[in-house]
Design a protein around this ligand. Structure first.
Ligand code: GAL
Length: 781
């Protein structure tokens, strides 16, 4: 029996001993996942959510049985809690990022059970990641699901399954058998509902297994059975066959080399903090894999929701899981014990996810703590011999106790080559150890979605540079940048507004230019993104610099007002290791000049170069050589000043000149595969893109993230729109974003949920004064 305990809790945002016996009628009714304080997007204090709150859930259990045991499972609350059931104190638990369970067998009754949780979200210096500074927020509340489980007097406490590409299956199980009964355990293996075999041992082989791969994540079913006389306790779960190997020559999955390219992810969302339901967890995994084209994600800096990992399993996105922590290691015993306890719990809880390929077991970017990390590495291997360990450092030549050296390489500053050579970073005598880059960029170049174009372009260029470098070094097994999305943080980090603008997408999950760096390299569908709006007024002196195009096309054909400028090819010189180097549009002069019979072919070319240089660098910056060549052409062709003005007006668009529209067409196999237009924005429309159009009540309510964009006539986002939104919803939909917020750099996202018990069709309507309104409908099940 499994009873979800997610709906209809009472909540009070402070502690009062009197409420231990009964909650006042003023308590708010809420559902789990719950964030106990909704924050604005920026400018707040991290103290705002660090308080003690009280939760109460009333429930019946009509078929309560005497011979069963009952447990309440909390999947995650921040940070620690005292739990009471029917006025009995059942314990104090530390959760943070990890689940825990409470046995309540002796305190339950058939009717009117009262579960009270006193949840303390204060940063406790005795518990990782706290004690020092932390560059992210931990929010507060019961932010992952809660349920009650009925179990027999004996049950599986743990079933840990690993299965390799050779068909070898190893199961580690633990029983709760308080009555010391003579129990028998056996396993049945199913493939597509067909029973393949039955085993009475924990180690066995399934010959020629169908392997799990990122392209085809394939699962078998394990039925683990406890038999006591003729009573059977059945546990069904899925598992997969796959073997991971990090080597000094690269990463191998099932014996096949792959370069791992990914991003770091924080699990926070605007407004709701950590309290994202299953569908938003899945949204992030899908966005990383399908939209950005990545094959690995690092769960920085703590274990994620089970929904996130399940989705990674489902879609074949590889995961580096990480123990909670950030730079600080407490010297005292209790801090270190808590860290080891978290490590233990992380490995056990996440063990059965084939997507998890590496345990990151050190506190992120901490110093070498020999004794502690020796213990941690030993513990990790003892619990899980099927996966390698790593520890993330931010300094070179750190002591390597784990299997893989992980380094946050922030050496690229926009002027140098990219990443350090692994041999420079690895400690002496360990030069042949597997090596991964777990972070780069991030704080080296914070970038807001509403920064000017040059700034956004620079962020993209830096990502291109480090990515090129990662491809260059075969011995960099995995390369992950900082980071996926902008995130809220403490006052001592970020841009002074409590946001670290380090993402390749913004906090709302809207792409910045840097997102297209990954898309253009890794996604199969045609990608073409011009890192410029082609508006000269965006640039000093109205000089449009050469535009960079991120594309997976073979070349790009460019038109200006329907006149061909020319074909441009990937810049293999500067980015020789990228699968798809960017294409730089170096000239904006129409190819019509090539037809101007007044000039010889050679002189057409010279004229073109001079005009282009003047157009992109300024006429007053022409070099002596340019000027001499121009004087020569003027003499040779008897050109007067008025002829030069004509040429300028015809071929170089300038401040105040008529509208100029550029068209970029990507070609593959000499056929156009994608086309985009850029130019002055003249007409506008609102685009609403929901993460899905169905809200479905499962074990709890459901959420949808709706992207809101203001687009111009070319469907390009208008980057400097900050208009407020007027939002309306049907009464079966609840808005979780703040009603009064508006566009941030031409886009935002709205998070909605379904209201309990109200099914049917629902809608969200967004009006932006002057630009009109859009409405989308949802099916609420
Ligand atoms: C790293 C750290 C990350 C983040 C990043 C910003 O040092 O591990 O959590 O703070 O810097 O670039």
């Amino acid at each position: 029996m499994h009873l979800d305990l997610n709906n209809g809790w009472q909540f009070i945002d402070h502690y009062d001993q009197a409420f231990l016996s009964s909650f006042p009628s003023s308590a708010q009714t809420i559902d789990i996942p719950h964030t106990h304080k909704i924050l604005p997007i920026n400018y707040f204090s991290e103290k705002d959510y660090q308080f003690v709150s009280m939760y109460q859930k009333l429930f019946d259990l009509k078929d309560l049985k005497d011979n069963k045991r009952y447990f309440i499972v909390f999947e995650g609350l921040m940070l620690q809690a005292d739990i009471y059931i029917n006025n009995h104190f059942v314990g104090h638990f530390v959760s943070g990022y990890l689940p825990f369970e409470v046995e309540v067998t002796h305190f339950l009754q058939a009717l009117d059970n009262r579960l009270v949780v006193i949840c303390d979200a204060s940063e406790d210096k005795k518990i990782p990641p706290f004690g020092g500074a932390v560059d992210y927020l931990s929010y507060g509340g019961i932010y992952r699901e809660v349920h009650l489980e009925e179990r027999e007097s004996f049950f599986f406490k743990e079933i840990l399954v690993s299965a390799g590409m050779d068909g070898h299956v190893e199961i580690k199980h633990q029983l709760d058998n308080s009555k010391n009964l003579a129990l028998k355990v056996y396993y049945e293996i199913y493939q597509d509902d067909k029973r393949l075999a039955v085993f009475e041992t924990d180690n066995f082989v399934i010959p020629n297994p169908h392997l799990w791969t990122p392209e085809e994540p394939y699962f078998y079913k394990l039925r683990a059975v406890i038999q006591f006389k003729d009573q059977l306790i059945i546990n069904d779960m899925r598992f997969a066959f796959r073997t991971v190997m990090f080597t000094s020559q690269g990463f191998f999955l099932n014996g096949k080399y792959r370069k791992l390219i990914g991003l770091n992810r924080h699990q926070s969302f605007p407004y709701i903090g950590y309290a994202a339901t299953k569908s938003l967890q899945e949204f992030d995994a899908d966005y990383l894999k399908y939209h950005l084209g990545l094959n690995v994600v690092r769960c920085s800096h703590y274990p994620p929701s089970r929904h996130f990992l399940n989705r990674c399993d489902d879609i074949g996105l590889l995961v580096i899981d990480e123990v909670p922590g950030w730079q600080f290691v407490g010297e005292d015993y209790s801090w270190q014990e808590q860290y080891l306890d978290f490590l233990h719990r992380m490995i056990v809880f996440d063990y059965n996810h084939p997507s998890v390929v590496l345990h990151s077991i050190r506190i992120n970017e901490s110093n070498d703590y020999h004794e502690l990390y020796l213990k941690a590495n030993h513990l990790a291997h003892e619990l899980d011999s099927s996966r390698p360990t790593t520890g993330v450092r931010n300094f070179i030549h750190s002591e390597l106790l784990e299997d893989v050296y992980a380094f946050n390489d922030f050496s690229h500053d926009g002027t140098n080559k990219g990443l350090l050579h692994p041999r420079k970073v690895l400690p002496f005598l360990k030069k042949n150890k597997p090596y991964i880059v777990t972070e780069n960029n991030g704080h080296m170049f914070p970038t807001k979605s509403f920064d000017d174009e040059n700034h956004r372009l620079e962020q993209a260029k830096r990502h291109l540079q480090v990515l090129d470098s990662a491809y260059r070094h075969k011995s960099i097994d995995a390369f992950l940048s900082w980071c996926y999305a902008d995130y809220q943080t403490h006052q001592n980090f970020g841009s002074g507004d409590h946001i670290c603008y380090h993402g390749v997408v913004d906090i709302f999950r809207n792409d910045k230019m840097a997102a297209d760096v990954y898309r253009s390299q890794l996604v199969n569908e045609p990608v073409l993104s011009v890192l410029s709006s082609m508006n000269i007024g965006e640039y000093p002196e109205a000089l449009l610099p050469p535009a960079m195009v991120l594309t997976n096309a073979e070349f790009v054909r460019v038109y200006k007002n329907d006149e061909l400028i020319g074909d441009f090819y990937p810049d293999k010189k500067h980015f020789s290791h990228l699968p798809h180097p960017p294409v730089v549009i170096k000239s904006y002069i129409s190819s019509e000049l090539d037809q101007d019979k007044r000039f010889t072919t050679r002189d057409q070319k010279t004229l073109k170069n001079i005009l282009n240089y003047a157009g992109t660098h300024g006429a007053n910056r022409l070099s002596i050589i340019h000027q001499l060549k121009m004087a020569f052409l003027m003499t040779k062709y008897h050109l007067k000043h008025a002829d030069l003005v004509d040429l300028w007006n015809k071929y170089v668009s300038n401040w105040g000149s008529d509208k100029v529209i550029y068209r970029f067409v990507g070609y593959r196999d000499n056929a156009p595969i994608i086309s985009k237009e850029y130019g002055p924005s003249l007409s506008f429309h609102i685009a609403l893109t929901p993460s899905k159009t169905e809200l479905k009540v499962d074990s709890t309510y459901d959420m949808v993230l709706v992207r809101v964009e203001l687009l111009d006539q070319f469907n390009n986002r208008v980057s400097y729109a900050f208009n407020s939104l007027h939002i309306k919803t049907s009464n079966n939909i609840i808005l979780l974003s703040l009603k009064a917020d508006g566009l941030v750099g031409g886009a935002t996202s709205i998070i909605i949920r379904n209201a309990n018990g109200k099914k049917g069709v629902g809608y969200l309507q967004v009006e932006i004064p002057y630009y009109g309104s859009q409405k989308i409908e949802f099916e609420i099940k």
